[in-house]
Design a protein around this ligand. Structure first.
Ligand code: CUA
Length: 298
């Protein structure tokens, strides 16, 4: 479920402009419809058999030029003001690196802590630095009224100040391939003390693996069912037929194989699957935690 209540510092502003545009559009629609109906009735052939030849009407022409111009300038003014506010990041904003890839989000904090969900303290400005590993994605948090494209080869940014604790949807809003529709995550707006505790606690290997594996599960399953990639259940020690440099061969899945499959997924592609997995830049510690985790998936 999407949450539509605005809970960021500029949600009210965005909603105000949208409401203004909707009301203006409603008034124009009602006016035009009424005028059309009036003309249909007033100037039908029985009542008005001879067409009038009109040269022009300066008053009308000025009115339909000036009034829309004023309306559009008001909309522009509010839009420009709101845009300026959205681009002006407060100096004290907490920076979080965001990595988008097919098809998951990863959030990395200043102390290198990683999370598959975006955890932020309530009432503090947060700046997200957006990078893509592959194609164009778009980070969209409907409840915060923000959306920004994540473009490979550059770092885009956005900022927000979440004003209400809670969990909100975060999604990809740019079609990025097969699993675009499951490129979902959450924003968790936390009490500042709870956030600090979470931030300061070094994660255990289980937690590291738990966070990272979330980003795998848009393409892999934890059971045996095949998806974009093979299922993980019973993967360790399994016999697997892979294509290596165009040659088919059989391997036993061991630690070395798992590590290579994460760092260079294109090296051995399991038979029957497309070579679509992006290379992962996991640290030594993360690789260890993930391999340990996979050994446990019996
Ligand atoms: Cu990423 Cu759509």
């Amino acid at each position: 479920m999407l949450s539509y209540t605005g809970v960021s510092s500029y949600a009210a502003q965005v909603d105000g402009v949208v409401l203004f545009i909707v009301i203006i559009s409603g008034i124009i629609l009602a006016g035009l419809t009424a005028f059309t109906l009036f003309c249909l009735f007033r100037y039908q052939r029985q009542k008005h058999p001879v067409a009038a030849d009109i040269d022009g009407n300066v008053f009308l022409e000025l009115t339909w030029t000036i009034v829309p111009t004023i309306i559009v300038m008001i909309i522009f003014y509010y839009g420009w003001q709101g845009y300026g506010f959205m681009r002006a990041v407060p100096k004290n904003a907490m920076k979080i690196d965001v990595e988008a890839k097919k098809w998951s989000w990863m959030f990395q904090y200043a102390n290198n802590k990683k999370s598959g969900t975006l955890k932020v303290p309530v009432g503090k400005p947060v700046k997200l630095l957006l990078q893509s590993r592959d194609v164009i994605h778009s980070l969209y948090i409907p409840a915060f009224r923000i959306k920004e494209d994540v473009v490979p080869g550059r770092v885009n940014y956005l900022w927000f100040n979440a004003i209400e604790e809670g969990t909100y949807d975060l999604l990809c809003a740019e079609y990025c391939g097969d699993q675009h529709s499951v490129m979902l995550s959450k924003v968790e707006v936390m009490d500042p003390r709870d956030f600090q505790t979470w931030y300061d606690t070094p994660p255990s290997p289980e937690e590291i693996a738990g966070e990272l594996v979330k980003t795998c599960l848009n393409c892999h399953s934890l059971d045996e069912s095949p998806r974009i990639g093979p299922g993980f259940k019973g993967i360790f020690g399994r016999k697997s037929t892979v294509i290596t440099a165009g040659q088919e061969r059989t391997v036993i899945v061991d630690e070395e194989y798992l590590e290579r499959s994460m760092l260079e997924p294109a090296a051995d592609v399991v038979k029957g699957y497309d070579p679509v997995m992006p290379e992962q830049n996991f640290s030594e510690e993360e690789l260890k935690a993930l391999i340990q985790y996979m050994k446990g998936l019996k």
